[in-house]
Design a protein around this ligand. Structure first.
Ligand SMILES: [Ca+2]
Ligand SMILES: [Ca+2]
Length: 338
């Protein structure tokens, strides 16, 4: 399951910290006003890192499939600024259609940690122009009692009047700073009559009323009652990560150990020898490390000359030749990648 996604590990964290981009707490993200007419504000740096969510949707799982959920590059642009080349696409053609994906990666976090949570959404088509996908949090306000405390909180742009509902563009929603509905009554904050979005409250109100309140799951939801909605979601930020929906896993600079020791073979690179940029690293990965180190310099050309001169062309198949070449290749390649 985890093999299809990548989190920035220590190296990614170190890179963010070194770049001054690491945000401690949610303060820096709060400057983005969802009501601003201009949605193209800089994306806050991930609080901890980025998790790429590929078409298998791991670590999410589909929990409602009468609508559809898939990673797609169908929108224009296909992703928000900083969100790569694709997004989650949710489609609910009919009144009762529902599309939802759910993850428990942040299960056990305090609700207070979610005040910097956020996501981007795009409305490509809608039966009702105010409709957008929502962020939902399953919560337990009484973690000590397994029989008590469950509810689902929902942030949805329609319940946050200052949130942008502009179609055909990526809108950023500072959900953690917005107002939320609750499916169930919660003592001290949501009365029975206030359930199901008859009242909306900021997360701080929930935390104040129920200081032990925990989040048990994150859901990205669309529907029911969203007929004709064709929408995108990307860069969903939680306390631990930002989920970036992508068709293929991007190459994260600095995570490929074969990149660093490569010798530049392309004539255009000698100007900046000490600071490898993205483009140079990619070139180096393809041409430098693998081909030069392993094959050209290693066993093939020198050892192979003897074998290739023999007309039977059996050099590659005979175990004697193979035995001579493989120790060279095997010996040279791993050190270059480690
Ligand atoms: Ca409970
Ligand atoms: Ca994306």
């Amino acid at each position: 399951m985890g093999q299809h996604r990548t989190k920035l590990g220590r190296r990614g964290m170190a890179a963010l910290a070194a770049a001054g981009a690491l945000i401690v707490g949610g303060g820096a993200a709060a400057a983005v006003g969802s009501g601003n007419a201009d949605p193209l504000l800089p994306v806050p740096a991930p609080v901890v890192g980025t998790t790429y969510v590929l078409p298998d949707l791991a670590p999410f799982a589909r929990t409602a499939e009468s609508g559809t959920s898939e990673v797609s590059d169908a929108f224009e642009p296909p992703a928000p600024v900083g969100g790569g080349e694709a997004a989650l696409r949710l489609q609910t053609p009919g009144e009762t259609d529902k599309a939802a994906i759910r993850t428990t990666e942040d299960a056990g976090t305090s609700l207070a940690e979610w005040t910097s949570s956020a996501y981007w959404a795009y409305q490509g088509a809608a039966g009702n122009p105010i409709q957008f996908p929502s962020m939902q949090l399953e919560i337990d306000f009484d973690p000590a009692d397994p029989a008590v405390g469950f509810s689902t909180l929902t942030y949805e742009p329609v319940y946050n009047p200052t949130a942008s509902s502009a179609p055909d563009q990526w809108n950023r929603y500072q959900a953690g700073a917005g107002n939320w509905c609750s499916t169930r009554a919660i003592p001290g904050v949501i009365e029975e009559s206030e359930r199901r979005c008859n009242a909306t409250k900021p997360l701080a109100a929930f935390v104040t009323a129920q200081p032990d309140i925990e989040v048990t799951a994150l859901i990205i939801n669309q529907g029911t009652s969203n007929p004709g909605l064709d929408a995108g979601v990307d860069l969903v930020s939680t306390p631990s990560t930002t989920y970036d929906f992508e068709l293929v896993e991007p190459e994260i600079p600095g995570t490929d150990p074969c990149e660093e020791p490569t010798v530049p073979t392309v004539p255009t690179v000698p100007t900046v020898p000490t600071v490898p940029s993205g483009g140079h690293e990619n070139e180096g990965d393809e041409q430098g490390g693998h081909e030069q180190g392993g094959h050209e310099q290693g066993g093939h050309e020198q050892n192979g000359n003897e074998g290739h001169e023999q007309p039977d062309n059996g050099g590659h198949e005979q175990p004697d030749n193979g035995g001579e070449q493989q120790p060279d290749n095997g010996g040279h390649e791993p050190p270059q990648c480690s």
